[in-house]
Design a protein around this ligand. Sequence first.
Ligand SMILES: Nc1ncnc2c1ncn2[C@@H]1O[C@H](COP(=O)(O)OP(=O)(O)O)[C@@H](O)[C@H]1O
Ligand SMILES: [Mg+2]
Length: 275
Amino acid sequence: MSEIKKALEKARKEKKTLSKEALEHAGGIKNLPEDIIASNKVFLPAYSQTKSVQVDLKKLINRKVFSILKKDEVADQYKFLMTRILNKTRPDGHNTIEITSFKEGEGKSLTCVNLAITLARESRQTVLLVDMDLRRPSIHSILGIGSTPGLKDYFLNATPVKEMLIHPGIERLTVLPAGGRMDNSTEIMDSHRMEALIHEIKTRYKDRYIIFDAPALNVCSDPLILASHVDTIALVARSGYTTTEDITSGMALLKDKNILGIILNDSGISRGWTY
Ligand SMILES: Nc1ncnc2c1ncn2[C@@H]1O[C@H](COP(=O)(O)OP(=O)(O)O)[C@@H](O)[C@H]1O
Ligand SMILES: [Mg+2]
């Protein structure tokens, strides 16, 4: 471990706040907003065997990942969503959640990233965010973690799970990226190897919340196959975009599944929990 990493690890353990210069030097972060510098202790990377990629906080904000902000109206809505989800899942010991939606562009991936960050930071819960939208993966680009090995490498090259995991520099959050597009995603989703993968990540840390970013229900059967491997499913609907017909046909597909609720995204008034 380098001297810088040792210093960061020591500071992290002692919950110390580092200077802007020290953070920039250690993580290559540029132009941090002042309020983030003031609260930087939550962003210190935890060095372990898992690869760390320090996310650029300013770029995250540009991509609407407002959950990283301490004081923000949108961040507050994600906290509200997190509380609803914890209240509904904890009593049953449910901790694997698929996020899907009725059609593309409703905000699944953005919701997954914001929810995962909020859970990791606010509930002090360890969280794994898995990019299971193998046709249109986007978690890596929202977080700006670049092209790193992911599920594609697991399926094509038998890369071990531990070599694909990424710490994006947010305490308690780990990401399992898709590693590239896979057009034959349904075949893969339905395979024994996928079953083994899900079993492995579920059993690795039993008390960890796992958020799966899945494709939309009207695109392929991947979200339905994944549904049988998770404890519960949350759907995203987008205000002014998702129609009643979309919801009716989507919910019919999931009629036997354990549905947590529908997250109303982009409502402009209050993002809420409507189901
Ligand atoms: N509440 C929102 N406000 C503004 N833009 C949003 C909102 N939710 C999603 N978007 C934008 O809409 C686009 C689609 O969102 P994304 O999360 O990729 O959808 P999906 O994963 O469901 O296809 C992205 O450019 C995203 O930044
Ligand atoms: Mg998406």
